[in-house]
Design a protein. Structure first.
Length: 369
């Protein structure tokens, strides 16, 4: 029981924006229905009495808000929502709702006993029946039951809406978790590609230039550190992506020397745009491995990013392409990258691959946020 109270207290201190908005709408609807029901009393000439009815309505509304937030919400979230298909918990919940409704009605009746609000107590109702005036009197017990029934209807409606909203939130959270799992699986598949090439570059330098080999190991360690961070933070800005890609380019520049020429054009207003981790590195690694490395002649690599409209920016990576690569690729790295983009950015992306006898290009149109 103490664990429940602890969790209920923690829940009462957390507010989702959608929950607060729903509570505000609930309060407005309650006051609107209350004013409609009390319209005959609000139209009387004595504004002092009319204002007292409004005050009582505000107190009753605040009481229901507190009951739903502090007493009803924790029970629905922790006990009812996980067992909505079982009869006993549903029946017990109905009894609990009835008790809360009677408590709400009792508080309302006690409020009406205050000196300021005594005139708002309705214990007699008169109406015309067959041209005769009929007077009905309600005892305090009947008033309590009638008020409890009205509160029960309100609480039932609130509970059904809350359970529906909670179920939708759970589904969204589950979909998000599944999406993140897919993204992590795809990210793990990228690691062997650039790490294998980087290690080959270091091995080639060990006996040729130990100083450059040491610098290359430093760059490789930075790549490993960034890759480990990518597993925990799968999204990075274009600036962070380019910083990672530079470490890889330094390693490949040592290996390829004059055979690698680069042209980098990254617009400043695109540097803060977010991408799946290792996006730029994957594109550059693919370009060098299959386009530039297999050729004895110098090759070029171009990385460009810029806005094309208010809501769209373009990232493109192109490279020279002549000889056929000895590495028979499966295209898995680019396919994985495309899937990660769709998972993280939705269907608002356009992916285009263009291959000619002289050039290979990947061009992506992405939403500008």
């Amino acid at each position: 029981m103490s664990d429940f109270f602890s969790r209920a207290f923690q829940l009462s201190t957390r507010f989702h924006r959608s929950y607060l908005l729903a509570q505000l709408i609930f309060a407005l609807l309650f006051m609107a229905s209350y004013l409609v029901m009390m319209q005959p009393f609000l139209n009387i000439q004595d504004t002092n009495i009319a204002s007292r009815f409004v005050i009582r309505g505000l107190i009753d509304g605040a009481t229901l808000l507190l009951i739903t937030h502090l007493l009803l919400r924790p029970v629905l979230k922790f006990y009812v929502a996980p067992t909505t298909k079982k009869l006993l918990p549903v029946f017990c919940s109905f009894l609990y709702l009835t008790a809360l409704a009677l408590v709400s009605s009792g508080i309302s009746m006690l409020t009406a006993q205050l000196e300021l609000l005594k005139t708002t107590q309705i214990d007699t109702v008169s109406f015309n029946h067959q041209n005769q005036q009929v007077l009905m009197e309600f005892s305090q017990f009947n008033q309590w039951l009638l008020g409890g029934f009205n509160s029960l209807i309100v609480l039932l409606g609130w509970s059904m809406i809350y359970l529906f909203w909670h179920n939708m939130q759970q589904k969204k959270q589950l979909q998000h978790q599944m999406q993140q799992t897919q993204i992590q699986q795809l990210t793990y598949q990228l690691s062997p590609h650039f790490l294998f090439n980087a290690l080959n570059s270091v091995r080639a330098l060990i006996f040729e230039d130990q100083h450059q080999a040491a610098q290359t190991v430093t760059h490789l360690s930075e790549l490993l550190r960034i890759h480990l961070q990518t597993q925990m933070r799968p999204v990075a800005t274009l600036a962070e992506e380019w910083q990672t890609a530079e470490f890889y380019l330094h390693i490949e520049q040592v290996r390829l020397e004059q055979r690698l020429e680069t042209c980098i054009e990254l617009a400043e207003d695109c540097l803060t745009q977010k991408l799946p981790g290792l996006t730029v590195l994957t594109l550059i690694e693919n370009a060098i491995k299959h386009g530039i490395s297999p050729n004895a002649e110098p090759g070029w690599l171009k990385v460009k990013a810029g806005k094309t409209s208010r809501s769209v920016w373009v990232l493109s990576v192109s490279n020279s392409y002549k000889a056929v690569s000895p590495f028979r690729g499966t295209g898995s790295s680019l396919t994985n990258l495309q899937q990660r983009l769709q998972l993280q950015l939705g269907d608002n992306i356009r992916w285009q691959q263009t291959k000619t006898e002289q050039q290979f290009e990947v061009r992506m149109e992405l939403p500008y946020v």
